[in-house]
Each structure stands twice: as C-alpha cells, then as structure tokens.
Design a protein around this ligand. Structure first.
Ligand code: GLN
Length: 478
C-alpha cells in the first residue's frame, strides 16, 4: 500500500518501481473521497490527475528524465489560477469563473512534472482566520472536527494534515499560511514579499500578498520554493535575485542568534501554555549553544490596527473590479440604473466579512480620514520596518508564537470580528515588513491540539529559515 513521507522517498520508490504515479493519485483520490466531510476540496480533478499520472508513468518507464516534481501531487488554494479550471476565491461573486491563464507559480510546478489534484477551500478572498467565511461552507480541523483549521488557507492546511495531497499552496497576507499550519500541526512557509511571483494570485492586499507552502517536512517545502521562486516578467514586484538551490542547502552545522520579545510572551491574550512552551524552546536552544536574547519591542499593540487599516484600504481598491460587468456574478434583479446594478451585484455577490472590509477600506481612504488612518498606519509600517532592520543587524531570527491560542472552536469567533483580528498579533508583522516567516509544528497543547513555533528572518534569508526549521524538526523526531 502507498505511504507518503517525502518527495525524495517517493521518487526513490518510483525509481525502484515499488510504486507508480497512478497508484499515488488513486491513493489520494480514495482518501479525499473518504474525508469529504472535512470540506477541504472545492473541486477534485480526478480524471485529469489520473491521466497525467499515467503519462508520467509511461514517460518514466521509457527512460525519459523526470522533472524535480515528477508525479508530486499538489492542491491549490482557490485564489491561485490554473488555466481552464474554476477559481472563485470562495466567493459567490466569482462562482463558476474559469481561469484564462495559470499563475506563474503553477506554470513552474507543472513544468517540473507536478500533478494538480484539485482546488482547496478558503476564506472568501483570503479574508479570515477560520475558513468560516467561505461560500462553500466551513472546513473541519482533522485533529478535532469541532474546531476550525484556521484561515484563510484552511483547506490547504487540512489537505496536507489529513494526507489528501503531498504538499499544497496557500496565500499569506497576514498569516493565512502560518496560522492554519499552526492550528493543524504542519509546516507553513511565507517567503519574502516578492520571492514568488503574484501573477495569477487573486489580489487581496497587493503590498502584503505572497504565495506560501504547506508541507510535512522541510525538504519538500524547500524544493517547492526553489521551483516557484524567481523573476517573472508578469509581476513587476517580484525580485530579480538569483534563487538559491534551497533543497540542497539544508544542512547547517552552525550556531544561530535568536531574538525574542518579552512583550509577546507577556501579552494578555496569549495562552500561558503556549508562552511557556516557547520559552522552554528558547532555553533549550541556549543550552545547545545558540544565542537567544531579549529585545524590547514597543510596537506590538500597533501592528494589528496598522495591518487592518492598510489591507482593507488595498482590498477596497482591488475588489472594485468585481462589478458584474466584466466577469463573474451579475445580478438578475431588475435595476434602476448602472449604480443600482453595481450595488445589487456586489451586495449579493460578496459575503459579510468582505463587505465589512471593503467599507472599512473605503472609509480609511476617504478624503476626510485619510491622514488620520491610512497615513498613520503607513508610518507604523515604516517604524516597524526600521525596527526589524535594526534587530537583524544582530540576530538571524525573531522567535514568536504563531498564534496566541490553539485552534478555535467552530463558530466561537464569528460574532466578534475584532477578537478574531486581534489573534493575528504575531503573524502580521512579517507581512507589514515583507520578511519571510515559518510556522514549525513542534508542540502539543494539553487540550490535544498542535501548535507551532514561528520564526522570522531577514528578507531573502529563506536558506537560514529552512535550515533552522529542519534542525528543530529533526531534533524533535529523535
Ligand atoms: N487573518 C488575516 C486576515 O483575516 C490573514 C489573512 C491572510 O493572510 N490572507 O486578514
């Protein structure tokens, strides 16, 4: 029977002939079928995946060299375009819309022989922390089905957690890869802003958005990053920097320097068990000879407000394109004039949370309030970037929890959006500053739920981030 542990091992099995791509696809299709109630997948491309697997098998047995992701089975968050496949951002306003091109990231996966098995549920337009804002309904956390998987990339996290694909893609604007990874006990990497092209990623807040990766082990995550990263003529914000061979650079026998903030561990919102587990981890690193030091950080209470002012402002602009005229849902109700047509279309097309954010964003950009909110939030962003720059002069990593609490119970936070926003306290700073960050599944809470350690590093220093994560995970498995 097929069993998955890593891409490397799967490739070894394919080579020795103990498994085929077809068997692997069939295995995942069976599992997806058996776990439909989790609601992780929106659509499963069963026939296509089987056909592609058969083709890859015949090419391999004929001796044709395979790509780096030969036969690797991947799921995509429903905000990442795959040509001629439906994409909706889990919104009614895009229901039944079919992608006219593939995201650059997807093109690169396909070029290396990947098999895309389906698209994955998420919060509408990637706005949320629980995957409960989806037109397709909520996703269940496979570790405890009464709890949420986190969001917004909840389906992508559960697909890897429950073994429904090998690796998956999400998007991270304020934590949407790291927080669901934390809630589901898997790895979630958000690369540096501009490391992976955003071409073909449905925009939420363009100066924050980044495609991220979910996996069970660091070598898999490193390989996907290596394949997808790099310059792209279709995204002017993507970096031109050379892409290191991340998957070949994982072993590091060195001592790292970690900074931590007392303000983060003493925050009133944090579950004391999470704070103490991470403090203990810090002590452990010290005894192993790494440098771990406290740094003062007085901006913590400002990061969530700054994030929500800036991202809602960007969202209100980005989402203005969904007007019922050019594509997507269009009202069929009788309308008085064009303005009424827009109103009816957008009122019926968008869900509550998206409307709330469009209105908030429109408000903070309005002439009378622009300086009071948008300009001030930009100033906070600048202060944060300066502070983080200073920290990385002396340290390799900032060490934080990923989330102040373990996975919420379903429905628990839906009536209190502010409480839900505040739980983003530890993740949003990486997006405000554009730096890479990862959630590493190291801990289990006494309530039975997993949680992770979050590490952030300087821009384009993914190599160190992956190295240290691998080190910690390998040590944990011993
Ligand atoms: N929870 C955050 C939000 O609701 C993160 C979203 C994201 O990263 N896409 O905005």
């Amino acid at each position: 029977m097929f069993q998955y542990s890593s891409i490397e091992q799967y490739h070894a099995q394919l080579k020795e002939g103990s498994v085929t791509c077809l068997q692997a696809v069939q295995y995942y299709l069976d599992r997806i079928n058996a776990t439909k109630h989790l609601n992780a997948f929106i659509e499963v491309y069963a026939d296509e995946a089987l056909q592609k697997a058969a083709l890859l098998d015949s090419e391999r047995t004929a001796g044709k060299p395979g790509g780096k992701l030969h036969g690797v089975i991947i799921g995509l968050k429903d905000v990442i375009c795959y040509k001629n496949h439906c994409i909706s951002a889990a919104s009614n306003i895009l229901k039944n819309f079919s992608s006219v091109y593939s995201a650059t990231a997807v093109e690169r996966l396909l070029a290396e022989g990947a098999i895309i098995i389906g698209n994955l549920n998420c919060d509408e337009f990637a706005m949320g922390s629980t995957n409960e804002n989806s037109v397709y309904g909520k996703v269940l956390n496979a570790a405890d089905e009464t709890r949420v998987p986190g969001g917004s990339s909840g389906g992508s996290a559960v697909a890897v957690q429950a073994g429904l694909c090998m690796v998956s893609l999400g998007s991270d604007t304020g934590g949407s890869v790291r927080q669901p990874a934390d809630f589901c006990g898997i790895i979630g990497l958000k690369p540096t802003y501009g490391r992976i092209s955003r071409y073909g990623l449905i925009a939420y807040a363009s100066s924050f958005d980044q495609i991220g990766i979910f996996g069970n082990n660091i070598p898999d995550v490193a390989l996907l990053l290596e394949v997808m990263a790099g310059k792209d003529d279709f995204d002017s914000t993507v970096s031109q920097k050379e892409v290191p061979a991340y998957s070949q650079l994982l072993s590091a026998d060195k001592k790292f320097r970690f900074a931590y903030f007392d303000e983060a561990f003493n925050h009133p919102g944090i579950d004391p068990e999470i704070a103490s587990a991470i403090r203990k981890q810090a002590e452990q690193l010290k005894t192993e000879g790494h440098v771990v030091e406290k740094v003062s950080f007085d901006l913590l209470d400002y990061v969530v407000p700054a994030y929500y002012v800036l991202t809602t402002a960007e969202a209100s602009s980005n989402l203005s394109r969904y007007d019922g005229v050019k594509f997507g849902y269009r009202t069929e109700a009788p309308v008085a004039d064009l303005t009424d047509f827009y109103k009816q279309t957008r009122s019926a097309g968008f869900g509550r949370e998206v409307k709330r954010r469009i209105m908030l964003g429109t408000f903070v950009l309005s002439a009378g309030y622009f300086d009071a909110y948008f300009t001030r939030a930009q100033k906070v962003r600048k202060l944060l970037i300066d502070k983080i720059d200073l920290i990385f002069r002396d340290f390799d990593f900032i060490m934080l929890p990923t989330s102040p609490v373990t996975a919420f119970k379903a429905g628990e936070k839906m009536d209190d959006p502010i409480a839900m926003y505040l739980a983003d306290i530890y993740t949003v700073m990486a997006n405000l500053a554009g730096i890479p960050a990862i959630s590493i599944p190291l801990f289990i809470h006494s309530n039975g739920m997993p949680f992770g350690l979050q590490l952030m590093t300087n821009k384009f220093n993914e190599v160190s981030l992956l190295q240290v994560s691998d080190l910690l995970l390998v040590a944990k498995s011993r």
